[in-house]
Design a protein around this ligand. Sequence first.
Ligand code: HEM
Length: 487
Amino acid sequence: SLCCKRASLLLFALVLLLTAECLRARRPRSFPPGPRAFPLVGNMFSLDPGDLSEKYGKVYSLKMGPSWTVVLNGLSALQEGLTKGDHLNDRPEFPIHSDFSHFINRLFYTHCIIFSNGHMWKQQRRFALFTLKYFGVGKKSLEFSILDEFMYISKEIANHKGKPFNPHLIMNNAVSNIICSLVFGHRFEYGNENVELLYLYLSIHSPFNLYNAFPVLMRRLPGPHHALQNIYGEIMDLIKTEVNQHKEDWNPSEPRDFIDCYLNEIQKDKRDDEADAGFNEDNLVMCGFDLFGAGSHTTSVTLRWALLYMTKYPEVQAKVQAEIDEVVGTSRQPSMEDRADLPYTDAVIHEIQRMGNIVPLSLPHVTTRDIRLGGYKIPKGVTIIPNLTSVLFDKNEWETPDAFNPGHFLNPEGKFVKRAAFIPFSAGKRVCLGENLARMELFLFFTSFMQRFSFSTPPGVEPVLKPRFGVTLSPPPFEICATPRKE
Ligand code: HEM
């Protein structure tokens, strides 16, 4: 009879839990519409943002695990949400990120730029932007570093002598080296295990969404997310080692790189009376982590898409090469000043980014107060997802949204035209911090590749453009042949 009592108690608890879940799965009144949410899982497994927008409109809601989320679709909804006012500037909590940085390094919720909010985010972001600019973003010095790095990658490519090779690792190495030069003040040789570590964690296909929706459960379940923990730790250790080495010969009046500048800022922050802006050594490590995490994988993935698209559309590749040959020639390397004279090449790079759509749902934001958006009332603390795909592929914005068409960025006279719906870096105050750096890298690497090599798939192999879902939408693994062009 004790057993019976226990069983009925358990049943009662289960019924109570289910009833509570059914109630919580009901959409709050005045909330944007959306598909029916199921108890416990909500809409976790019914995601096809494109179809949902046709059915429910530009602003709709979903229940992701236990919490409600609002998805913004189309340029005007995104602009209304992200660029008017500062009520969407914050990020929601990312349990996977806080857990791993916290447990491994005993850092208490160390958030630097990507995951921080309020005063600290503003100060850290302002400092990072200023420092990146100081070390050459938009200037000749960085241009030389990128072109220099191209010489290394071009040697690696030439070593394959036109035979098929997978460009994944060397591309990661090359772009990580640009961030290494800015943050550490030096580059690494290709194949060095440290530089591989810096982007490895982004290649692990982990159930990020599940972890963030059900952190308590996921902490206990086995899975690839646990492998991430060790890698997080190793990366932090690597950055810490660099910081310690910098401290040994750091001269405040002659900062060599991001780490030196941050060490200076830590000193200033100690003297400041105003609210803590978070300049301390733990956050310096985290900032390095942010810059590598956000800056190397994204650019490498885009460059890999670029090569893949050029093999798929050899006529576009030939036209780009002809333009570069005419404007730059072969006796010097391309420079940022050439961009204005290379409208077709510029249009192709933009179209690669549009079609590549590597961060399809941007990063989540959260409402900092009760707001009105798209005519709906959305309370404080609701996660907002800017659906960049809905803008980059909007049939009302693009003539042929699903086709690779550099003409999207050219006027009838062949001049480059900017398009408001080109938002792969998102928009508003939280727009990608590395946009200018990424644009420089994409332009200089891409034009240099096109100037020196012709790319094709191995004989008999068709390029596959179906993306792989992970932290970003990346090309499936592929091999490529690079034939050197005339010197
Ligand atoms: C944020 C895209 C390269 C650093 C973002 C966001 C997107 C994005 C969509 C989210 C914006 C939002 O929250 O609304 C891209 C793409 C890149 C790229 C497509 C390359 C093709 C870079 C590079 C860096 C970088 C090279 C290195 C400096 C960051 C940082 C944030 C960010 C630090 C967080 C900004 C904040 O929270 O204030 N990026 N990114 N990104 N990106 Fe990039």
